[in-house]
Design a protein around this ligand. Sequence first.
Ligand SMILES: NC(=O)c1ccc[n+]([C@@H]2O[C@H](COP(=O)([O-])OP(=O)(O)OC[C@H]3O[C@@H](n4cnc5c(N)ncnc54)[C@H](OP(=O)(O)O)[C@@H]3O)[C@@H](O)[C@H]2O)c1
Length: 298
Amino acid sequence: MRVLITGARGQVGRELLRLAPDAFEVIGLDSASLDITHAKAVEAKVAELQPGLIINAAAYTAVDKAESDAERAWAVNRDGVANLACAAEKLGIPVLHISTDYVFAGDADSPYRETDTTGPTGVYGASKLAGEQALAEGCSRYIVLRTSWVFGALGNNFVKTMLRVGKERDTLSVVADQQGGPTSAAAIAKVLWLLAQRHLEHQPLPWGVYHLSGAPDCSWFEFAQEIFAQAEAFGLLTRQPQVLAIKTEQYPTPAKRPAWSVLDSSKLSSLLGMEIPQWKDDLKKMLAELKQGNVEPE
Ligand SMILES: NC(=O)c1ccc[n+]([C@@H]2O[C@H](COP(=O)([O-])OP(=O)(O)OC[C@H]3O[C@@H](n4cnc5c(N)ncnc54)[C@H](OP(=O)(O)O)[C@@H]3O)[C@@H](O)[C@H]2O)c1
């Protein structure tokens, strides 16, 4: 089966390319090859390539910038997804799409389930939620995979930032009152390929929304502490910097951050019969890869 991957140069897009099973013929297009906001270009490219499945890893992901660049965020995260949905529906093929914990208000105290009420608090979350809705309206067979706190060896993310800052400073402050589930880009890519495999093999694949969040949940402060402990053990840092726990209001950002970002992944894990990914194990794999020097630290 031919699979078209959009946003193929992003951190999840690149993991999708390198973890693609042999059963699929993969065509990865970056934003220069296919800008998903151009409806005609999307329709023409999909009609030309005739894929059996589209995986959309393209998104406007600059959460803070989105507050002042809303038009572009909506164009990519809502209209771009609508364009893909429309092109897929014309061919009668499904779309696997990635979304975010930011569709929720972040004021819960138990893990969010797929059926919980959404309530984004910023432009990024609102535009991603609108993308989910556009997909559901435009495409009869689709998966929305909501995930959180993505990290990996390919691309920029919190782990890479901590490694850089940890080298430069003896002390740093990290927010301790936001709770979430760090999720490796590799774990997301593996799940998307498992879903694609089910579709290929005509196994039951109930379309709709699924959550995937690494376990156990933690705060950014705890995440940073683990990053530094593992990085020192790997010899990526010569010593661990001191990490100070601060409150959200001590680190103001243009976009409001959800205090509670924990997603309940049980629907997905029971569908696929898989364990929920443990982020500390995935962090080890990422740091091992950085240590081997296969990829640039940042
Ligand atoms: N990163 C996180 O912590 C996080 C958390 C939860 C959910 N997610 C979701 O996970 C998915 C993948 O995110 P990621 O971390 O891999 O983000 P990423 O590294 O920023 O990758 C996104 C990719 O989308 C491409 N893109 C942007 N606008 C485009 C357009 N108009 N047409 C085609 N491609 C376009 C970007 O290309 P250019 O750079 O060339 O513009 C970039 O390569 C997204 O749906 C995101 O919302 C991410």
